[in-house]
Design a binder for this molecule. Structure first.
Ligand code: NAD
Length: 512
């Protein structure tokens, strides 16, 4: 037993064989098919989860619709109180859940803990929000009339999540949706289903203790076929889907075909501009964590560095030297900086991307490759690499979900911003500069075209207080803080006549 994983699994209620379909405390047996979850850390089978079939999906939807009728009538601050209790339950299991996330997904234990902290933070945010679901009041043009708008819950929200943030992304959606009065059905990634099972156990207990019905929080498990049950289902008014742009294009169209709403959080191709006016100490550290943290498997990972020609050689050398000091190994061992990729398919994609970019003319600065031998038995550990490339290269235009960093030179800021924006994706971005004019130009309407734009911090590591999401092929959705909650509600405009007459709008006369 290594790093106390087995004990953590036991405490989280995760077994070697788990049902995957749940309306809360009720777990539905849904057939013979199972997904096996292997750890990329050591290649071991962690456990199996049963796949949801159509019949059990129908049971889940029916229960969710019933639960919505109760949940929507509970005052929002009382729903917030339930989310407050969930936040406390997450505080209690932070170490165990962080460990499971690290072991099942492969991110470092510190990042696993950070992911659970993000869940706790969004709970706190949602509790406050539950008293702040504000609408506006307007002045009516008619005498004796009052006008205002209010926000009502939508109904059943379908959450489809990616493997790389196996628990936090669900909580960004679910905690906000719950205080808004919606009920949620979550389909976690088929690459990290046990994290989903563990979370369902945690929240189901709280709903039960508070005497709430089954169906406010539901879980379904499987691959895209199970996801499609929700995306094509009219009973699910909002689909919030996180994953690749490829997935988003399919999901977006499926939901649009039934005129449903979708909230899409898709791939990024994030860059940092390092100006000649940068604090290079900060720039190098920001770029390093952005590029190799989570083994390059964050949607906000730094994939491109656009470096001023006057500091290009210095940045290149200092980065290469920092890469030389990286320790790669088991993510649960806190001595290691870089863990594994999610699976061998991801390793294959990483190797292919390196070959393709070399064929396009890319020059290797820090060599990549797959690690083998003791500690690397899972076959998922790779070396983070740096390649000199040009922005227009086909591979540079794509998001490869691995630690490959492309570096390139610029001369004028205008040129740097054009390169920066010259990719199909638009999630996160940063400029490293101490020059106020450069920083403001980057943040202006003519600057970064991304949903997130930073100055003197890297591209990864967003806080929950801001709205999270991106433009262009990143999908346009916003989650988490600010007014993202509005996506989970329907807006209603109300006009009340308290006069003794019935004036029509625009002064229209209609007398008989
Ligand atoms: P993926 O697209 O392979 O899968 C994501 C989820 O979508 C999974 O649950 C999968 O089962 C489901 N899915 C796939 N096709 C579907 C379909 N046709 N219908 C319904 N559901 C479907 O992505 P992944 O490999 O798990 O995650 C990596 C990707 O996620 C990267 O591109 C990354 O940038 C992106 N991501 C984006 C954000 C963001 O907030 N913008 C956050 C995390 C990850």
């Amino acid at each position: 037993e290594s790093f106390g994983v087995q004990k953590a699994l036991e405490r989280l209620g995760v077994q070697s064989e788990n049902l995957g379909t749940s309306t809360g405390n009720r777990w539905i047996n849904s057939g013979k098919e199972f997904i096996s979850s292997f750890s990329p850390a050591d290649g071991a089978l962690i456990g199996k989860v049963q796949v949801t079939d159509e019949e059990s999906y129908e049971k889940v939807i029916a229960q969710a619709q019933d639960a919505f009728k109760v949940w929507r009538n509970m005052p929002a601050p009382q729903r917030g109180e339930i989310v407050r209790q969930i936040g406390n339950a997450l505080r209690d299991v932070k170490a165990d859940l962080g460990k499971l996330v690290s072991y099942e997904m492969g991110k470092s234990y510190q990042e696993g803990l950070g992911e659970v902290q993000e869940m706790i933070d969004i709970c706190d945010f949602a509790v406050g929000l539950s008293r702040q679901l504000y609408g506006l009041t307007m002045h009516s043009e008619r005498p004796g009339h009052r006008m205002y708008e209010q926000w009502h819950p939508l109904g059943v929200v379908g959450v489809i999540s990616a493997f790389n943030f196996p628990v936090a992304v669900w909580s960004w959606n679910a905690m906000i949706a719950w205080v808004c009065g919606d009920v949620c059905i979550w389909k976690p990634s088929e690459k990290a289903p046990l994290s989903g099972v563990a979370c369902q156990h945690i929240v189901a207990k709280i709903f039960k203790e508070n005497g709430l019905p089954e169906g406010v929080s539901s879980l379904i498990v499987g691959d895209y076929k199970v996801g499609e049950l929700m995306t094509t289902d009219k009973r699910v008014p909002l689909i919030s889907a996180t994953g690749s742009t490829r997935m988003g294009k399919i999901v977006g169209q499926a939901v649009a075909a039934r005129l449903g709403r979708s909230l899409l959080e898709l791939g990024g191709n994030n860059a940092i501009i390092i100006s000649e006016n940068a604090d290079l100490e900060i720039a190098i550290r920001g770029a390093l964590f952005g590029a190799v943290g989570t083994a390059g498997q964050r949607c906000t990972s730094t994939r491109r560095l656009i470096i001023h020609e006057s500091v290009y050689e210095t940045v290149k050398e200092r980065l290469a030297s920092a890469y030389g000091k990286l320790v790669i190994g088991n993510p649960l061992d806190e001595k290691n900086h870089v863990g594994p990729l999610i699976d061998k398919t991801a390793v294959e994609m990483y190797l292919q991307a390196i070959e393709k970019v070399k064929a396009e003319g890319g020059k290797v600065v820090v060599e990549g490759g797959v690690l083998s031998g003791e500690g690397y038995e899972s076959g998922c550990y790779v070396r983070p690499c740096i390649i000199e490339a040009e922005n227009h290269f086909e591979m540079v235009q794509e998001e490869t979900f691995a630690p490959i960093l492309y570096i390139m030179k610029y001369n004028t800021l205008e040129e740097a911003i054009a390169m920066h924006n010259g990719v199909p994706q638009g999630l996160s971005s940063a400029i490293m500069t101490l020059n106020m004019r450069e920083a403001e130009a980057f943040l202006s309407a003519a600057g970064s075209d991304c949903g997130i734009a930073n100055v003197n911090i890297g591209t990864s590591g967003a806080e929950i207080g801001g709205a999270f999401g991106g433009e262009k092929e990143t999908g346009g959705g916003r989650e988490s803080g600010s007014d993202s909650w509005k996506a989970y509600m329907r807006r209603q405009t109300n006009t009340i006549n308290y006069s003794t007459a019935l004036p029509l709008a625009q002064g229209i006369k209609f007398d008989i």
